[in-house]
Design a protein around this ligand. Sequence first.
Ligand SMILES: [Fe+2]
Length: 313
Amino acid sequence: MTTASISDRHLDHAVAQVADVLHGKRRAPQVKAFFDESTFTVSYVVSDPATRRAAIIDSVWNFDQASGRTSFDSADRIVAYVEAQGLSVDWILETHAHADHLSAAPYLQQKLGGRMAIGHEIVTVQGVFGKIFNEGTGFARDGSQFDSLLEDGDVLAVGGIPLIALHVPGHTPADMAYVVGDALFTGDTMFMPDYGSARADFPGGDARQLYRSVRRLMKLPDETRVFLCHDYKAPNRDEFVWETTMLAERTANVHIHEGVSEDDFVAMRTQRDATLSMPRLILPSLQVNMRGGHLPEPEDNGVRYLKQPIDLL
Ligand SMILES: [Fe+2]
């Protein structure tokens, strides 16, 4: 799946698609962003203006850890937009199993329809975290919680605009990026040029793989619109920003602009990751997101519980 020749062919396909939009041979998709400030997450609705078909990428299910209460404020903003625009949702995608927020994919599917998909390597993540949370045989580790598992090079349709899935491991083993027309949804491979890159120290993460994944995406044309999954502001920046261009990433990304070697990136990333504390919601997020956005089954009193492993992570 990740041999050089096959990977390059899939990337070439994505490059050609972006070029087609830039040369006016193909429609550009419409992209609407929704920022969840409590987790610094950006969700997207990407749609084909001609057919009104759409995909939702990386939704947020709000969770208050102190009380254990959930709410759908973030997801309901997406529902309202989709309904107001008269869009039909065909896909509800995750770029990866997030460690910092819960996914609202099942809620959105129930409200709006569409098929839930994530990268095929989610099975690896389910294996690792199934062990960490000591899940029993009731927890399937085969990705069956999702409707589709995507491989590098898979092509989905957003109306008349193809969506090309690219496997970009490193932040986690299962990370995918999605190219839709001239728009790239990077997930957590890279952040704004002034902020840099995502950590690679979660179980299954790998800084060297992350470097290679980013270098691969950086072969997309300079004018590619780049949409990020998170923004945390950056030193000397007061606003949240989540859209940039590949030219800006390639030339100015503080961690991984062209000219930064693989070894230098790995050394920087490893050193920096050693200083980071765990994301606030990592324990609830992974227990829910490895189940495709579902909570564990209720206990015999009808209540659902999440686990808190002690001294393990
Ligand atoms: Fe992430």
